[in-house]
Design a protein around this ligand. Structure first.
Ligand SMILES: [Cu+2]
Length: 712
C-alpha cells in the first residue's frame, strides 16, 4: 500500500503545489457546499520535493512571496512579503512554539526538521483570522509525518526510512518513522540524527556552520465513529551548531514538546480542541565554536570578553473551534490562548561573579476569540470574512547585573557597572506590565467570471503587539529575535501594537495547459515597531564604552513605534509544454519603506524569479531550475544595511524509483559554483580568514546531494 505513495504524488505534478483547500474540502462532511474561492495556499509536499538542507525554512525560498532570513544552518526565520520573525505566524502540527533563544536560534520551523516534515504550506496573502492569533505578516503551517490508520482490525507495521547526504558540508541525516496501526488505533515513533561540518563557498569556508541535532517523537492516535483523538510528545536535542550571523553560537537546545488534539464531527457540526506546549533550554557562547575574543592589549582583557548565555522558554497554548456547515457555506467560532515565559542570563566562564540578567521572568500571554463566515453569495460569488479580538498581556520581573566581577576600585569595569546599575534602575522603576486590546478583521471576495478565470479582492486589518525583546531589552544588546544587523538595541516597555491595513487583488486563471496566479498587495502599518536611534544617554554611553572594549558597535537603536508600508506582487504559474514537460515560474517582488522618514526597511528580500523545467519519464523525473535574484539596493540606512548584487544559479535534480517501495533522488545545487552574496543571510560575525568581519555572508557553493526513501 505504502509503495504507491511516491507514484501517486508524482501524478499530481506539476502540482508541486497542491491546493490544500481542495484536499481539505474532500475530507470535510458531504453536506458542506463549496464556496467559490481562489487558490489561497501554496503547499510543498516533502515526498514530491527534493530538499538538500536540514532546515525546513529553506523551502520557503521556492514559494511565491516567501523567503528565509538565515543566521545559521538550523535557524531559518520565515519571511513573507517583506515581514519576518514574530510577524509571521508559524504553526507546527497546530502548535505554536516560542523558542528559548532571544535571537530566534530555535525559530519555530526549526522544530519541524525536513526528515520529519510531511508538508509545508504558506497562506498566500491575507490569512483568515481562524488560522492564528497574530497573522499580520502571514501564516505558515508545517505538518509532520504522522502515519495512517488502516482498513483492517489487525495491526500492521509500517514505516519509512529517510537517508540524506550533501557535499557542501558533508552533511548527513538518518531517520526512521515507524507506525503500528489498525482502523482505530495508531502508535507512531520517529528517530532522527543529523550532523554536518562547516559549509563551503567558492571563496573558502563559512565559519562556524557545523551542526548536530537529534530528534525523538512518540505518538498515539485513536479514531472511532465521530471521534478522533491524538497525543504526541517530542524531544529535540540540538548540539553544537554555528550561527555565524549572530554574536554567539549554539551549544545546546534541549526541548520537550507536546500536543494533543480531539475532534468530534457529527451532522453539520465539527468541534476541535487542541492543547500544546513546550519547554526549551538553550546554551550559547561566543567562544566554543568560533575563535574566542582576542587581540586585546592583555590576556585578561581577552578573558573578560568571553560570554555565554543560558536561556529558557516555557510555553503552552490551546484552541477550541466549532465549525457549523449551513446551506450557503459555513460558520466558524473559536477561542484560543498562548502563554509564554522567557528568561536569559549572560555570564562569563572566566569571571564567576559576572552576570547580566538579559531577560527575567518576561511573560507574554494572548487570549483570542473569533468568528468567521464562508458564504456563497451566488453560483459565481464567494465571500470569506471574519473578525477576531485578542487581549495581549505582557510583564517582566526586575533585573540586575554585575559587570565588575573583580571588585575593582576604579577603571572601566567600575564605570560600566555604574552605568548598568543606572539602566537597571531606570528599567525596574517603570511600570512594566502592559495590556493591548487588538481587533483584527478580514474579507475576501472571489468572483468566477467563467470556467477559467476567478477574480479575487481582499482587505484586512491585522495587529501585532510587541515581542518580549522589543519591550524588555533594558541594556544595549543584540538580542533582537535574530535581526542580525550588528546594531545593539534597547526596548520600550510601553510600545503600542502595530496595526496593518492591507488590500490585495489578483486572479486565478486555470486554462487547461496553463495556470496563472498573480497577486498584488499594498499594506500600510501604523505604529510599526522598528529600531530608531536611541536618545537614552545612559544606554548610549554604555554602548560607547562597550564598543571601545571591542564589543559591538556604538549608537544603539531603540525599538519605537514608527510608520511603514509594504507593497508588491507575486506570481506562481505553470505551463504544460508537452505531456512530459512542464515549465514553472514563480516571481516575488516586494518593497518595504518607512513612512515617517525617508528610509527603506531592513532585510527585505531582493526581487526574485524561479524558472523550472520538469520532465516526467516512466519511472523517473528530472527538474532543471534557474534561480535569479536581483540587486538589492533599497537598503535601510537606520540599520546600516549593505547592498548586494544580483545573481543567478542553476540547480538540477532527478528522481528514480528503484523499486516499488524505494525512491532515490539526486541533485546538484549551484551547478556552476557561482560566487555570490546572500542578502538575507546578514553579515559574518565570527572570525574567518575567508570572509572579512561584518561583511556580507556568501551563498553556498556547489552542492551534490541525495536522498533515499524506503517505505515498508
Ligand atoms: Cu541563542
Amino acid at each position: 500500500m505504502k509503495s504507491v505513495v511516491p507514484f501517486l504524488s508524482l501524478a499530481l505534478l506539476p502540482a508541486v503545489a497542491i491546493p490544500a483547500a481542495a484536499i481539505a474540502q474532500e475530507q470535510r462532511s458531504v453536506q458542506e457546499i463549496i464556496v467559490v474561492g481562489v487558490r489561497d495556499t501554496h503547499t510543498i509536499v516533502t515526498d514530491d520535493t527534493l530538499v538538500a538542507p536540514a532546515d525546513t525554512a529553506q523551502m520557503l525560498r521556492m514559494m511565491p512571496g516567501a523567503n528565509i532570513n538565515k543566521n545559521g544552518e538550523l535557524t531559518g526565520i520565515a519571511q513573507y512579503r517583506g515581514m519576518y520573525g514574530d510577524r509571521i505566524k508559524v504553526s507546527v502540527d497546530g502548535a505554536q512554539i516560542s523558542g528559548a533563544g532571544p535571537n530566534s536560534m530555535d525559530a519555530p520551523l526549526s522544530y519541524a526538521p525536513v526528515a520529519l516534515l510531511q508538508s509545508l504550506t504558506i497562506n498566500r496573502g491575507i490569512a483568515p483570522v481562524s488560522s492564528g492569533q497574530e497573522t499580520i505578516g502571514g501564516y505558515v503551517e508545517a505538518q509532520t509525518y504522522r502515519g495512517e490508520f488502516t482498513n483492517s482490525n489487525d495491526f500492521t507495521f509500517n514505516g519509512r526510512t529517510y537517508l540524506g547526504l550533501q557535499s557542501v558540508n558533508e552533511g548527513t541525516v538518518a531517520s526512521g518513522f515507524f507506525s503500528l496501526a489498525n482502523r482505530d488505533h495508531i502508535f507512531r515513533g520517529f528517530v532522527m540524527n543529523e550532523s554536518a561540518n562547516d559549509l563551503d563557498f567558492p571563496g573558502g569556508t563559512i565559519l562556524p556552520t557545523e551542526y548536530e541535532r537529534e530528534r525523538f517523537d512518540l505518538g498515539y492516535g485513536y479514531k472511532k465513529g465521530a471521534h478522533e483523538f491524538s497525543i504526541d510528545v517530542a524531544r529535540n536535542n540540538t548540539g553544537d551548531a554555528g550561527t555565524p550571523s549572530l554574536p554567539m553560537d549554539i551549544r545546546s537546545i534541549d526541548s520537550d514538546l507536546y500536543r494533543s488534539r480531539y475532534n468530534w464531527t457529527a451532522g453539520d457540526y465539527s468541534f476541535t480542541a487542541e492543547i500544546f506546549g513546550s519547554d526549551n533550554t538553550h546554551w550559547m557562547s561566543n567562544f566554543h565554536l568560533r575563535r574566542p575574543p582576542q587581540n586585546s592589549t592583555t590576556m585578561t582583557d581577552d578573558a573578560m570578553r568571553f560570554r555565554q548565555t543560558y536561556a529558557v522558554s516555557d510555553n503552552m497554548g490551546f484552541s477550541l473551534k466549532l465549525e457549523q456547515f449551513v446551506a450557503n457555506g459555513s460558520w466558524q467560532y473559536g477561542v484560543d490562548g498562548h502563554f509564554t515565559e522567557h528568561d536569559a542570563q549572560i555570564t562569563n566562564p572566566n569571571a564567576g561573579p559576572f552576570y547580566i540578567d538579559n531577560f527575567n521572568g518576561t511573560t507574554r500571554d494572548i487570549l483570542g476569540v473569533f468568528a468567521e463566515r464562508s458564504l456563497s453569495l451566488s453560483d459565481s460569488l464567494g465571500l470569506d470574512a471574519g473578525v477576531r479580538f485578542n487581549r495581549v498581556s505582557a510583564d517582566a520581573g526586575n533585573i540586575s547585573a554585575n559587570l565588575n566581577p573583580m571588585n575593582m576600585m576604579m577603571g572601566m569595569p567600575v564605570m560600566m557597572n555604574n552605568m548598568a546599575a543606572m539602566l537597571a534602575n531606570q528599567f525596574n522603576s517603570q511600570d512594566l506590565s502592559h495590556q493591548d486590546n487588538n481587533v483584527d478583521w478580514f474579507a475576501r471576495l472571489s468572483i468566477a467570471t467563467d470556467n477559467d478565470l476567478t477574480w479575487y479582492a481582499g482587505a484586512a486589518r491585522k495587529t501585532r503587539s510587541a515581542s518580549y525583546q522589543e519591550r524588555y531589552l533594558w541594556i544595549p544588546m543584540e538580542a533582537t529575535g535574530g535581526l542580525a544587523d550588528g546594531k545593539t538595541y534597547i526596548g520600550t516597555p510601553d510600545l503600542d501594537p502595530e496595526v496593518a491595513h492591507e488590500l490585495e487583488l489578483g486572479f486565478d486563471w486555470e486554462a487547461g495547459n496553463f495556470n496563472l496566479y498573480p497577486r498584488f498587495f499594498y499594506k500600510e502599518v501604523s505604529d510599526y515597531i522598528q529600531g530608531t536611534p536611541s536618545t537614552n544617554m545612559a544606554a548610549n554611553q554604555f554602548s560607547l564604552m562597550m564598543s571601545n572594549m571591542g564589543m559591538g558597535l556604538p549608537d544603539p537603536l531603540q525599538f519605537t513605534n514608527t510608520e511603514a508600508n509594504f507593497y508588491g506582487m507575486d506570481i506562481e504559474s505553470d505551463f504544460e509544454i508537452t505531456d512530459r514537460i512542464t515549465l514553472r515560474a514563480i516571481a516575488s517582488i516586494v518593497r518595504g519603506e518607512r513612512d515617517d522618514i525617508n528610509d527603506d526597511l531592513y532585510r527585505v528580500s531582493p526581487d526574485n524569479l524561479i524558472l523550472a523545467l520538469d520532465y516526467r519519464g516512466n519511472n523517473w523525473m528530472a527538474s532543471l531550475e534557474s534561480i535569479n535574484y536581483a540587486d538589492q539596493d533599497r537598503i535601510s540606512v537606520t540599520n546600516i544595511e549593505q547592498a548586494t548584487d544580483g545573481y543567478s544559479i542553476m540547480n538540477l535534480s532527478a528522481l528514480v524509483n528503484i523499486t516499488e517501495s524505494a525512491e532515490l533522488r539526486i541533485g546538484v545545487e549551484n551547478m556552476l559554483d557561482e560566487e555570490y552574496l546572500d542578502h538575507l543571510s546578514a553579515y559574518s560575525r565570527a572570525y574567518n580568514p575567508d570572509i572579512p568581519m561584518r561583511s556580507r555572508m556568501p551563498g553556498l557553493g556547489r552542492n551534490f546531494y541525495s536522498r533515499l526513501m524506503w517505505y515498508f
